[in-house]
Design a protein. Structure first.
Length: 221
């Protein structure tokens, strides 16, 4: 009888431990992780190469530059109307630093949802419900703020407005975490590229200005 009681106690303890382990395994994702995953972040590990052309059309002017990036090796190729540059992001020097600054900017626009989980030295506010600046619809909002040191643009802040499916619809960029907006654009024309959901267009309200992406190609393993 005593042995049976000891066995039952051991089983209860084992079951309790298993429940605790399961609880740890299904830890709640952060809002940043939910936004990233809604845009396909869970497929990023499969990406071996991504190519895209970054375009800005303003009134009658057009600017573009094309990139090819191998994230597993960090090899980058830039093609512009001035030159073609090859470099590796692990070894940025005085020659490639200007190209890398352009790459970081253009990649940020392309993969903004992923930057929420990629970047270190940042703070992200708790979500609130607020009226979006362009559509004036009620959306969820979080603010990403970069530290005042490190990176090419320290101290900047971004207000992300996203729907209940965690898809980004609009954002505000505030240089140096200023109170006033430096730029406000939409996230439009979402398209799936091998599991990555990318907004192809960003438009400013009331302006003849359009930042868009063409020639996107996502290669996976």
């Amino acid at each position: 009888m005593k042995n049976t009681f000891l066995v039952l106690c051991a089983l209860i303890t084992l079951i309790s431990c298993k429940k605790e382990e399961k609880k740890e395994a299904i830890k709640e994702l952060s809002v940043a992780e939910k936004i990233a995953n809604a845009h396909g972040f869970e497929n990023w590990d499969k990406v071996s190469e991504i190519a895209f052309t970054f375009n800005v059309d303003k009134d009658s002017t057009h600017f573009e530059r094309s990139w090819t990036w191998k994230p597993k090796t960090n090899d980058v190729r830039l093609i512009s109307n001035l030159d073609t540059i090859y470099y590796n992001r692990k070894n940025v020097d005085s020659i490639s630093i200007k190209a890398d600054q352009g790459f970081i900017n253009d990649k940020f626009w392309l993969l903004a949802p992923f930057q929420l989980v990629w970047d270190s030295g940042t703070t992200i506010t708790e979500p609130t419900k607020e009226k979006a600046p362009i559509s004036e619809t009620l959306l969820n909002k979080i603010t990403l703020v970069y530290a005042n040191e490190g990176g090419y643009t320290p101290g900047d802040a971004y207000d992300f407005y996203y729907d209940d499916n965690y898809m980004i619809k609009e954002w505000i960029y505030r240089r140096g975490n200023a109170g006033e907006a430096s730029m406000i654009t939409s996230f439009e024309s979402q398209k799936d590229f091998n599991g990555l959901k990318i907004a192809l267009e960003h438009i400013k309200k009331g302006e003849n200005w359009n930042l868009n992406f063409t020639n996107i190609q996502v290669d996976t393993n």
